[in-house]
Design a protein around this ligand. Structure first.
Ligand code: 3EB
Length: 333
């Protein structure tokens, strides 16, 4: 038995402004700056931070017990009790396409196979949340959009590791202008409950028009932990059924995205009636395709969440060319 460790999250802040005990850090996400050389796993999200915030922010996953550092192939991870946070950073130039598969597809399969092998080795089998960042995600290469290539490799690793797609983690997949592929994940030795959105076709059941192989993520995941419930809302966009709606209208896309997030909260609250999740109680990350849309998106976000909301905005490519905004969130109930 592993001791039950409480998971804590410190929302984006300027580095150095929050004091944390080093051994209790599980991992860090750094927004807007490359920051690899740290003693714990760091996911550097090389996306411009928008708005009045400083150029670079970090958010921290930490625990109530000391964590131990580890390396497993290309994975840098930290483990504390029944929790594990890891980061995989890979340069695509190190990979060669083979047998009709592209370098990016090979990379994605290798990364996810390593991730799953680590979870087996650690007996920490359950993936709760994955953050995927892919350079030039919308660019078509070798006759296929790069996001679709990534989906093929990721799916092959799920299938090859006996991971059913309907038990997929909450996730996001966004594009950077350049840099490595970066995958961060949070796993535990207890399963998260996948939550789907009745307004949307499940992503793992998307029709072929979005690529030959579907993405492997759930719309949200509810993870029970030390008496706390964590809700992870996947990257959510202006999609109804499987179709993008409000093409070209960023304010309407933002409002539709919140309609989808609100439904996910309702679905989650049906599962855990004790302390309901609320829109205002979550921490948000908003990805905006065109930096110039920031004022319009921010206005639509504030209209829904209010002035006191905890939201960070970054410029990113979104994995459908007609999506202008994507929003993810997390929090405890
Ligand atoms: C969508 O709903 C938007 O490939 O892991 C959202 C969250 C999206 C996760 C992923 C993709 C992913 O289809 C895109």
């Amino acid at each position: 038995m592993y001791p039950d460790t409480r998971l804590h999250y410190t929302p984006p802040h300027p580095p150095g402004s929050v004091a944390l005990t080093h051994e209790q850090i599980l991992g860090i996400c750094r927004l807007g700056l490359d920051d690899q050389h740290q003693p714990w796993p760091v996911q550097s999200v090389l996306m411009p931070v928008l708005g009045p915030a400083t150029a670079s922010l970090q958010e921290v996953w930490h625990t109530s017990l000391p964590a131990q550092d580890g390396r497993f192939g290309d994975v840098h991870y930290r483990r504390a009790g029944n929790l594990l946070f890891g980061v995989i950073t890979l340069e695509e130039a190190q990979f060669a396409g083979q047998d009709g598969s592209t370098a990016l597809q090979t990379l994605a399969e290798r990364a996810y196979r390593q991730l799953f092998a680590l979870l087996e080795q650690q007996q920490c089998l359950h993936l709760w949340r994955v953050w995927n960042y892919i350079p030039r995600i919308n660019v078509e290469e070798h006759g296929m959009e790069r996001y679709r290539q990534f989906n093929i490799g990721r799916h092959q690793a799920f299938a090859g590791s006996q991971r059913p797609v309907h038990g997929s983690p909450a996730a996001c997949a966004l594009g950077t202008a350049s840099g490595p592929v970066s995958i961060a994940f949070l796993a535990a030795n207890s399963a998260a409950l996948p939550i789907e959105n009745p307004r949307q076709v499940s992503a793992f059941a998307y029709p072929q028009q979005y690529g030959p192989v579907s993405p492997t993520f759930s719309r949200a995941a509810l993870a029970g932990q030390s008496g706390t419930q964590w809700l992870f809302i996947s990257g959510t966009a202006s999609i109804v059924g499987h179709l993008t709606v409000h093409v070209g209208d960023v304010a309407a896309q933002t409002a539709e995205t919140f309609a989808n997030i609100a439904i996910l909260l309702e679905q989650a609250n049906r599962q855990q009636p004790r302390q309901p999740f609320t829109l205002a109680g979550l921490d948000y990350r908003v990805y905006i395709r065109h930096a110039a849309d920031y004022p319009a998106v921010r206005a639509a976000v504030l209209a829904r969440l209010g002035e006191d909301s905890r939201v960070v905005y970054v410029q990113a490519d979104i994995c459908r060319a007609d999506l202008l905004v994507e929003i993810e969130a997390q929090g405890t109930g």
